[in-house]
Every structure is written in C-alpha cells, then in structure tokens.
Write a protein that binds this ligand. Structure first.
Ligand code: SAH
Length: 238
C-alpha cells in the first residue's frame, strides 16, 4: 500500500537497517498521525512520501551527530506530534526515551501511539521545560537531549541544557542559515554550562533540503536558577 523505496534509500544513506516489524510501526504511526490530524493540529505534512522524508528521515538524521548506544537516556523537548522522539525510538528500541510537550492534547495522542504500536521504554509527559527541568528526577539525568522546531537556540539551550548530565549532550535540529543564531546563543550556552562542540551540516536523503545538527556538550553543572520561570527564556533570552 505504501511504497518503501525512498524510505529504504534514505535509511541506507543514514546506515540504518529496519526490520519488517519496525517498518510496520512507522506505517502504523503514519496512519495514526494522519487520522488524528483531521481533528487536531499535529502536522502540516500528510502525504506519505513527504512524511517519510521531512519527519521520519529528518528525525533519524541524528545519527550524523550521535552514536546511538543501547540503554542511553534520551529526552525530546517540545516533541509535538513525536518528532524526533518517536522515529528514533522505533529505529533504536534500546534507547530509553522521554517525550515532553506543553500541550496535553499532543501528549495524549503520543500515548495512543505508544500503546497502539507497542513501544516499551518510552514515556510521554505533559509539562513545560521551565518547570520540568527543575524536577530532581529529570534534572541533569539524560545522556542526550534533542529538540526540533521549538525555539531559537538561545531559548532552547535554557530549556534543554538543564536536563543534560555532565558529559552528555544537547543536539538541536536546525535548518537554513544558522550563523547568526549560533552567535546569539553563545552567551546562553556558556552560562548554562555547555560548550559548542560541532555543527553537522547535511542535506536530507534524496533531496536538496539543508539541515544542521548543533551539538552542545555539557561541561559544567547548570546553575539552579536556570531555566528561569515566567516565560523568561523566550521573552528575555540569555
Ligand atoms: N518537535 C516537533 C514539534 C515542533 S512544534 C516537530 O519538530 O515537529 C513546537 C512544540 O513545542 C509544540 O508542540 C509546543 O507545545 C512545544 N513547546 C513549546 N514551548 C515549550 C516549552 N517551554 N516546554 C515544553 N514544550 C514546549
């Protein structure tokens, strides 16, 4: 029913191999996404080939920046309809995944996805980064924190770096020109205990869509006052 040709071609470029079961999970996720998208706002993209490229393969492109180790603890902040967290969890089931979003409707959708396609070792939480990152069970507890299309890098660093354990990393999915954004986030990254490690630039498989993964490593513990509350990370970036 769905052609897997371009999906398989893209996966080859990413050097990811999926089993029949994993392909079925991606298809079931796609069907739930498109169905639920009729009654709530989850994605602007609904055509199979486009979802494969701009959501699934884009999410999985994290492999350009991160070695996916079994048992590693990963958090996806502002996951929305589950990107990049759900594709990463399907492709790398041994990763312990936590999804966080401030919109409860989306979290309910994600719980339905998790239950329907039978994912284990994954939790979806309703919460805002500003409060959630202050909880001791989540603060500085993750090996890798990822986030796509949530905020500018300065704001996003304040949301995400507090979750990262020492020696771990925060990877931001970005597109387009990011030079200025990087410069503007310099101070925030430093104040939060991070350091800019690398920027991986690539084009999405089988396209000329340019993407970057900004990799920030955590060198020092984040001061307790971050992330600031009252919407400050967004309104008054560091
Ligand atoms: N990462 C997804 C969704 C991007 S839309 C994707 O790439 O498709 C941005 C999402 O971030 C929304 O679902 C919104 O509810 C969530 N969000 C925005 N600010 C947030 C915050 N401070 N804490 C947690 N989630 C937040």
């Amino acid at each position: 029913m769905y052609s897997l040709d371009s999906f398989k071609k893209g996966l080859e470029e990413l050097e990811i191999e999926l089993s029949e079961k994993q392909f079925q999970q991606f298809i079931a996720y796609y069907e739930l996404l498109v169905e639920k998208n009729k009654v709530m706002n989850l994605t602007g993209i609904t055509e199979w080939e486009e979802v494969v490229q701009k959501h699934f393969l884009d999410s999985l492109s994290l492999v350009f920046a991160v070695e996916m180790e079994p048992g590693m603890k990963m958090l996806d902040l502002g996951t929305g309809a589950g990107f990049p967290g759900i594709p990463l969890k399907i492709a790398f089931p041994e990763v312990q995944m936590v999804l966080v979003d401030s919109l409860n409707k989306r979290i309910k959708f994600l719980q339905e996805v998790i239950d329907t396609i039978g994912l284990k070792g994954i939790k979806a939480y309703h919460g805002r980064a500003e409060e959630f990152a202050q909880k001791s069970e989540h603060r500085e507890k993750y090996d890798v924190v990822v986030s796509r299309a949530v905020a500018n890098l300065s704001t996003l660093s304040e949301y995400c770096i507090p979750f990262v354990g020492l020696g771990g990393s925060f990877v931001a999915y970005k597109s387009g020109e990011i030079e200025e954004e990087l410069e503007n986030a310099d101070n925030a990254i430093m104040m939060l205990g991070g350091t800019l490690a690398s920027v991986e630039e690539f084009t999405l498989p089988d396209s000329d869509v340019k993407r970057s993964l900004v990799v920030i490593e955590k060198e020092e513990s984040t001061k307790k006052k971050f992330p600031r509350n009252g919407g400050k990370p967004l309104k008054a970036p560091l």
